[in-house]
Design a protein. Structure first.
Length: 222
């Protein structure tokens, strides 16, 4: 791995957001994910390389450490903040779609679930693919999805879930949408979600990554 990518990954793993944040004490005064990502982009490293070569693998390391009880929720949160510090520099590259929008996509993390890093990435990439994205955020109830669908008839729906417990809420949301709007296309994703689960709950498409969602939507572009 390129040196600067290693440094960025190290910041995300250790929750070093930017130069001014005193956490972690051992990295006080050093550049964080924020400054290093800017530097990497300015030195010509592609946004996709930063995402796939540093940020995503670093979050996987964080998840593994959490599973092994080597770190706890506060550290995981600092890592998420460091990732966001980097993501703010990548967003403009991923979300510069064509001016004319291809249609609308309503996206959100399902009820009970506060994870938004993956969902934000998917939203950015879909926006970059030329779609208008209505991002409802995290912990989104079925009612909120239904209300937004009423306000945006014909929109595509994207649901994200990161917890095995909230996959059940994904199922409930798909059922609630199907009951009122049988023809809408529903995309699902998130680490514990699979193609089989997508089929079982009656959603239309499962993608393990943002690009898969963008590619699926292409066939419906107006
Ligand atoms: Co949480 N967390 N977390 N967490 N967290 C996981 C998910 C976990 C796997 C960690 C672990 O145990 N190894 C575990 C879930 C276990 C399970 O259910 N099987 C877990 C747990 C247990 C919890 C808490 C319950 C911990 C606690 O409180 N005891 C708690 C739950 C809070 C809640 O939601 N109610 C919790 C809290 C948190 C933080 C708030 C601290 C923080 C989230 C901050 C934030 O998102 N703003 C956090 C984090 C950071 C993680 C890990 C470390 C990283 C998640 C992440 O951002 N990954 C995670 C471990 C891991 O995933 N390795 C973990 C990077 C991101 C780019 O990937 O989100 O998978 P991902 O998205 C991908 C794809 O899945 C896909 O595209 C994205 C880009 O490639 N994708 C879609 C996602 N949505 C899609 C939608 C699509 C298509 C593709 O179409 C619509």
């Amino acid at each position: 791995m390129n040196d600067i990518l290693k440094l960025i990954a190290n910041c995300v793993e250790n929750g070093k957001i930017d130069r001014n944040t005193p956490y972690p004490p051992g990295m006080k005064g050093q550049d964080g994910a924020d400054e290093l990502t800017r530097l990497a982009l300015d030195s010509g490293i592609k946004p996709e390389q930063i995402l796939d070569g540093a940020l995503v693998p670093a979050m996987a390391v964080v998840g593994d450490k959490f599973s092994r009880k080597e770190i706890y929720v506060p550290q995981m949160l600092m890592s998420a903040k460091a990732m966001n510090g980097a993501m703010k520099h990548l967003k403009p590259y991923f979300s510069t779609g064509e001016t004319k929008r291809k249609g609308k996509v309503i996206i959100g993390t399902v009820a009970g679930d506060l994870h938004d890093i993956g969902k934000n990435l998917v939203a950015m990439m879909i926006e970059g693919g030329g779609w208008e994205v209505i991002d409802l955020g995290v912990d989104v109830s079925s009612e909120k999805f239904l209300k937004t669908i009423d306000e945006n008839p014909g929109a595509f729906i994207g649901l994200s879930a990161l917890l095995t417990t909230t996959m059940e809420n994904m199922k409930k949301t798909v059922a609630a949408i199907r009951e009122k709007h049988s023809g809408l296309k529903i995309l699902v994703g998130g680490a514990p979600v699979t193609k089989e689960y997508c089929e079982r709950i009656g959603a239309d498409f499962y993608s393990p990554d943002p690009q898969g969602a963008v590619n699926y939507l292409k066939q419906f572009a107006e």
